[in-house]
Design a protein around this ligand. Sequence first.
Ligand SMILES: [Zn+2]
Length: 80
Amino acid sequence: MINIDFSLAVALYVIIFLGAVLAVWLSNKKQKDRDLNLDDKFIWFCSVCAYTYVNTKQDLISVCPRCGSYNKKSVDISGG
Ligand SMILES: [Zn+2]
């Protein structure tokens, strides 16, 4: 016969419950962080109409959704 103390049973129940809540909370937090983390290389700045947009498909050249002009990704920004 298994003899379990009442307080031990309650403690085990609380630990399991808190573990489940913590696991759900952590998984939710991870997903949120990944959604918010937008890579800087996906943010484009149109040199023609000064429109800032996001394009995750292109790497080097992207078409501006506002004016339709092509924008090249410039790594080095130096004024002349
Ligand atoms: Zn534009």
